[in-house]
Design a protein around this ligand. Structure first.
Ligand code: FMN
Length: 189
């Protein structure tokens, strides 16, 4: 009987408000559906990062706030540049600007291409997923953060229509699963 070796992927992320965390887990679920062994690692958990050598592919993600990646994900890219470039590598962000078709391309440029230039990391596949604007009663945003989001939503070209009393979730789960499937295809070629 022929035994095919299963591929393994480490998904490393940091999230300020939780949306990137959920995206990371959805990517992991989709990869598992394609028979890839996955491990999800939250850089803010304070747990030691698994050894990158143990994985065939790595995916690194971050939420965006005030134009910035989380410092943990940024540091991870900078410190592991060479190891990451020797793997099948995916990068993603969860960003408000990516939710608007008019600012999506610019979000990709600012938050993915520029980040690769800054860190020397060369990803095989990247994506800017839409994010979440949480104005529900469970929201953890401060008053100031709510104001920043309302300003951001108005300032992006064409505007992003948000409900000031609800959870506004612009994540496209179909796109997220499709991206994960593409990553699995890259890993298996
Ligand atoms: C205070 C604040 C500032 C934000 N600034 C930006 C921004 O500059 N650009 C952007 O694309 N999205 C911005 N967003 C939207 C976030 O990227 C979006 O909420 C994302 O889902 C956050 O990911 P996280 O929940 O993993 O932290 C901001 C959100 C908040 C709460």
């Amino acid at each position: 009987m022929m035994v095919t070796e299963l591929k393994s992927v480490l998904i490393v992320f940091a999230s300020r408000f939780g949306s990137t965390d959920e995206i990371a887990h959805e990517i992991a679920d989709e990869l598992e559906r394609h028979k890839i062994l996955t491990k999800v690692h939250n850089l803010r958990d304070g747990v030691k990062t698994p050894s990158l050598e143990d994985f065939d592919g790595i995916i690194v993600g971050s939420g965006i706030k005030m134009g910035r990646w989380t410092k943990e994900s940024y540091k991870f890219l900078k410190e592991n540049q060479n190891k990451l470039n020797s793997k099948v590598l995916g990068l993603f962000v969860s960003s408000g600007e990516a939710a608007n078709p008019k600012t999506y391309t610019e979000a990709r440029r600012k938050y993915l291409e520029r980040m690769m230039g800054k860190t020397g990391v060369k990803a095989d596949i990247t994506e800017a997923f839409g994010g979440v604007f949480d104005f529900s009663s469970d929201s953890t945003y401060s008053f100031l953060e709510k104001k920043i989001i309302q300003r951001l939503a108005k300032s992006v070209e064409g505007g992003i229509v948000i409900d000031d009393y609800k959870m506004n979730d612009f994540r496209d789960w179909e796109l997220i699963r499709k991206w994960a499937k593409e990553f699995s295809n890259l890993l298996n070629t």
